[in-house]
Design a protein around this ligand. Structure first.
Ligand SMILES: Nc1ncnc2c1ncn2[C@@H]1O[C@H](COP(=O)(O)OP(=O)(O)OP(=O)(O)O)[C@@H](O)[C@H]1O
Length: 273
């Protein structure tokens, strides 16, 4: 198996036409195989996957359970380098390496640190002069100021997820990876978190790869919808969400758009239905 991991850390360092021709995020996974372990045979989780996104674009990846969404995000994050293909990450001008944010299903806050300290920690020792103000603004936006000195064990599930969102944004990521961050929440809490996410993202548009099973959620949040196949996963359809953002708070409009998508037919949409 050939394994390559190539990324251009400074797209703006590329010259002339090469720079213009390349999208800001490029993911090409020729193949990702998991080796045999014990009685479990080796299997290919991803094959021929290609995704490109421009800077600041919000892309939702929707696919059936077990199709390889998390595997793909882990490859993009650099957590899994055992694949053949390449990943090129967006990087802000002036940075010598891309900064990534990763929001998991589980908030993964450090239990022995307060909410405020959890945010501070990801900034590391060389935090920029604006960091403290950014933490305060994010805690405020997420309605967490009054619990900033609480430990995660004292937070509600919704608060913990809001803290995880704030932590992802505090590093000002070039790319934000989100793996079903609002799954298994009650719909009211999930909806509140989606609106908070959109508020923070519109204030500083970051390229987002958002994995979800929920087509309504994808329609509400994303600029583009990428539908994935059953394993080995590949892109079945890649389409813009042509619904004005101002209308997406209206459940009936989102539902009508979802029904229209499902009505288009073809294997990608049957999979969703
Ligand atoms: N470490 C591993 N070793 C072997 N197989 C794995 C490993 N991790 C994932 N897989 C397999 O790879 C396939 C894709 O898994 P992955 O977790 O990426 O899917 P997913 O689309 O994120 O699933 P879900 O929607 O249920 O969270 C599955 O068949 C899974 O069993």
């Amino acid at each position: 198996m050939s394994i390559t991991f190539a990324r251009t850390s400074r797209p703006d360092a590329l010259s002339g036409s090469a720079q213009e021709a390349l999208p800001d995020l490029l993911v090409e996974i020729d193949s990702k195989r998991f080796p045999a372990v014990g009685d479990a045979p080796a299997h290919e989780a991803v094959r021929g996957f290609r995704l490109a996104a421009r800077r600041g674009e919000f892309v939702a990846m929707v696919g059936p359970s077990g199709c390889g969404k998390t595997t793909t995000l882990n490859i993009v994050a650099g957590l899994d380098r055992d694949f053949s293909g390449r990943v090129r990450l967006p990087t802000a001008a002036g940075r010598d390496r891309p900064i990534l944010g990763y929001v998991f299903q589980n908030p993964r806050l450090l239990p022995w640190r307060t909410v405020h300290q959890n945010l501070e920690l990801v900034l590391g020792p060389d935090r920029d002069p604006g960091a403290e103000a950014r933490i305060a603004a994010l805690l405020d936006a997420m309605d967490l100021t009054r619990v900033r000195d609480q430990y995660p064990g004292r937070l509600s599930v919704g608060m913990a997820r809001r803290a995880a969102l704030a932590r992802a944004f505090v590093v000002q990521p070039d790319l934000l990876l989100m793996d079903e961050p609002f799954v298994s929440l009650d719909e009211l809490t999930a909806q509140r978190l989606r609106l908070l996410l959109l508020d923070v993202w519109s204030a500083r548009p970051t390229t987002v790869l958002f994995v979800t099973h929920n087509l309504r959620e994808a329609i509400q949040l994303a600029d583009r919808l990428v539908l994935l196949s059953a394993p080995p996963t590949r892109v079945l359809a890649d389409l813009p969400i042509e619904l004005p953002r101002a209308d997406r708070g209206d459940e009936a409009v989102v539902e009508a758009y979802r029904a229209e998508l499902l009505g288009r037919g073809g294997p990608a949409f049957q999979l969703l239905g």
